[in-house]
Write a protein that binds this ligand. Structure first.
Ligand code: SAM
Length: 309
């Protein structure tokens, strides 16, 4: 783990307080022996000098800002930042390009994005001409990464809110031209309620999600995450939730799943039936993969007839 990552862990209270890198350096030990009385006073007060780890050296740069979360980036940022960030192409995502084609452009749209992670899709939407993007992110580390990206890439019409998706939707009285929930539904514990709540805020929903299919049982590395299946009913819709445990994935600071140890996955038919019952009479499906890397997945553009041009 890099020094910077350790500093961030400390900043967020993630794990035991590590000693400074210089503590094993003999020259630092000599310096410690010469510590001034005021430093002793600080140490006695419990403040020490840990705060110095939160400072950077040199002139300001995007690289410096991105390195606050070194080792925790999932997405590959555009050059020159590609070499210090992750590998997922979320700033050039074919799923978002497909959605833009199906919808026929988003010029001037007011967009609600749920779970922006590192603002990759947000950036694509802004570059495609969206009027405003309100993005709700519940992971505080991801929220801060979005703010860094906003500054580094100069996003001007994107606004990030730190909060829970369900909590936001429950209170939302606003309407949006489009609601994007990519990589979100299968991280919810109450996915049908969240889907219904999304349907209330927009006539255009864009989803990319995993769903449960018995085919996962043929893949031990995926099957191991699944536990019980529970029958539920909401109104006259009956459906099954399949409990998915995150397990060891929770050990990584860059974890970008849901806010509990588990989520509930829906079956494909349940997702489509929810959309139909919510009045989405135009449903287009893309990226239909019976077995994507982490399980069955599909992308959906769902619209109510009145907004289909
Ligand atoms: C798998 S990532 C998807 C990122 C991106 N939208 C994409 O499609 O690649 C899920 C995102 O949703 C966020 N998230 C998960 N559960 C959430 C919740 N209950 N409230 C707010 N954000 C949540 C995660 O922190 C993460 O940023």
């Amino acid at each position: 783990m890099s020094g910077i990552t350790r500093r961030v862990s400390r900043l967020f209270g993630g794990g035991p307080r590590p000693s400074r890198e210089t503590d094993t350096d003999p020259s630092h030990q000599a310096a410690v022996a010469r510590t001034t009385s005021s430093q002793h006073e600080n140490a006695a007060l419990g403040s020490g000098d840990a705060i110095l780890d939160s400072y950077v050296q040199g002139a300001p740069s995007g690289k410096q800002a991105l390195e606050i979360f070194a080792g925790e980036w999932s997405s590959r940022l555009p050059p020159p930042y590609d070499v210090i960030t992750g590998s997922s192409e979320l700033f050039e995502d074919a799923r978002i390009k497909w959605m833009l084609e199906v919808i026929g452009g988003i010029e001037g749209y007011r967009i609600l994005e749920l779970g922006p992670l590192e603002a990759g899709h947000t950036t694509m939407l802004e570059r495609a001409g969206a009027g405003t993007i309100t993005a709700v992110e519940g992971n505080t580390r991801a929220f801060l990464k979005c703010l860094i990206v906003k500054e580094v890439l100069g996003l001007e019409r994107s606004h990030f809110l730190c909060g829970d998706i369900h909590g936001f939707l429950a209170e939302c009285t606003d309407r949006f031209d489009l609601c994007l929930a990519s990589g979100v539904l299968y991280h919810m514990r109450d996915p049908v309620e969240v889907l219904n709540a999304m349907a209330r805020v927009s006539d255009r929903l864009v989803l990319w999600t995993h769903y449960y299919d018995p085919a996962v049982l043929d893949h031990p590395e995926i099957a191991v995450h699944f536990g019980s299946a529970t029958e539920r009913a909401i109104g006259d819709l009956t459906f099954t939730e399949h409990r998915y445990e995150y397990g060891e994935a929770l050990a990584w600071n860059g974890f970008c799943g849901g806010s509990a140890h588990y989520a509930n996955w829906l079956e494909r038919d349940t997702i489509l039936e929810c959309l139909r019952r919510a009045g989405f009479d135009s449903i287009e499906i893309g990226f239909d993969e019976v077995m994507a890397q982490h399980g069955p997945a599909l992308a959906i553009v769902a619209r109510r007839g009145r907004v289909v041009h």
